[in-house]
Design a protein. Structure first.
Length: 236
C-alpha cells in the first residue's frame, strides 16, 4: 500500500484527492465559523475560546498541518511527474473542457500563493491566539478575543486587499481542484463532468464570498466591532 501511494501515479492522485477533500471540509468549517463574526462578536469569541489550546484543538491543528504539508508535497511531485511525461501539459484530464481553464494550467502557482497567504494568516491570527496560549505569552488582548483581533487586522485597508487576493487565488485553485479530486477516482465522465464542474464553482464561490464578506465588513465596521469586544473576557 505504501509503495502504491508513493510510487504510483494513481496512488499519488488518491492521496491528493483525500487530503484535498479534507482541506476543503476544513475551509468550509473555518468560513462558517468566521461568519459568526457578522452576527455575534461574543459568539465568535466563544468559538475561539473553545478552539483554543485544548488538547482536541491542538490535535486537530497537527492533523491539519500534516494535511496541508502532504497535499502540497504531492502536488509538487505530480506537477514534476506530469511535466516530465507531457512537457508543458501539467494536468492530464479524462474529459476535455471547452478550452483549457487558466486555473488548471497554474495549479502549482496558485497553490504557492495559497500557502503564502496561509503563512500570513498564521502570523496575523494563529501566532497571537493558539500559539500565545500554548506559550503562555502575556498579551494586551486575551488570545481568545478573536473578534477584536479580526477587526483590528482588517481595519487596515492593505490587509483587506492582500486577503482578497488570497481568497481569489483560493477560488481559482478550488474551481479546478474540487472537480479534479473526483476525476482522480474516475467520476469525471461525460455525464458527471458538467455537474462536478458546477459543484466545484459553487463551492469555490461560496468560500470566496464567505471569507470576503467578513473581511470587508470588518473593515467598514472595525471601530464599532473593536469597541464592542475590546474588554471581552472568557467565561463572562
Amino acid at each position: 500500500m505504501g509503495c502504491f501511494l508513493t510510487n504510483s501515479s494513481v496512488g499519488k492522485k488518491v492521496v491528493m484527492s483525500v487530503t484535498g477533500c479534507f482541506l476543503v471540509l476544513f475551509i468550509l468549517f473555518h468560513m462558517s465559523m468566521n461568519l459568526t463574526m457578522i452576527f455575534s462578536r461574543e459568539g465568535y469569541n466563544m468559538v475561539c475560546e473553545f478552539l483554543g489550546a485544548n488538547w482536541y484543538a491542538l490535535a486537530a491543528t497537527a492533523v491539519l498541518a500534516a494535511g496541508v504539508f502532504v497535499h502540497f508535497v504531492y502536488a509538487f511531485i505530480l506537477t514534476i511527474d506530469n511535466y516530465r511525461a507531457r512537457g508543458k501539459q501539467r494536468y492530464a484530464v479524462t474529459v476535455q473542457e471547452k478550452g483549457v481553464s487558466w486555473s488548471s494550467k497554474n495549479m502549482l502557482v496558485l497553490g504557492i500563493i495559497v500557502i503564502l497567504g496561509l503563512g500570513l494568516h498564521l502570523v496575523h491570527f494563529w501566532s497571537k491566539m493558539q500559539l500565545a496560549e500554548i506559550m503562555h505569552l502575556e498579551t494586551a488582548i486575551h488570545p481568545a478575543n478573536g473578534a477584536y483581533l479580526m477587526a483590528l487586522t482588517f481595519s487596515k485597508w492593505y490587509n483587506v486587499v492582500i486577503y482578497l487576493v488570497w481568497f481569489a487565488a483560493l477560488w481559482f485553485h478550488l474551481t479546478h481542484g474540487v472537480w479534479s479530486m473526483f476525476q482522480s477516482v474516475g467520476m469525471a465522465n461525460d455525464t458527471w463532468y458538467p455537474r462536478l464542474k458546477c459543484t466545484a464553482n459553487t463551492i469555490a464561490t461560496l468560500i470566496f464570498l464567505g471569507f470576503a464578506v467578513v473581511a470587508v465588513l470588518c473593515f467598514l465596521k472595525s471601530p464599532e466591532y473593536m469597541a464592542e469586544v475590546k474588554y471581552w473576557t472568557p467565561g463572562l
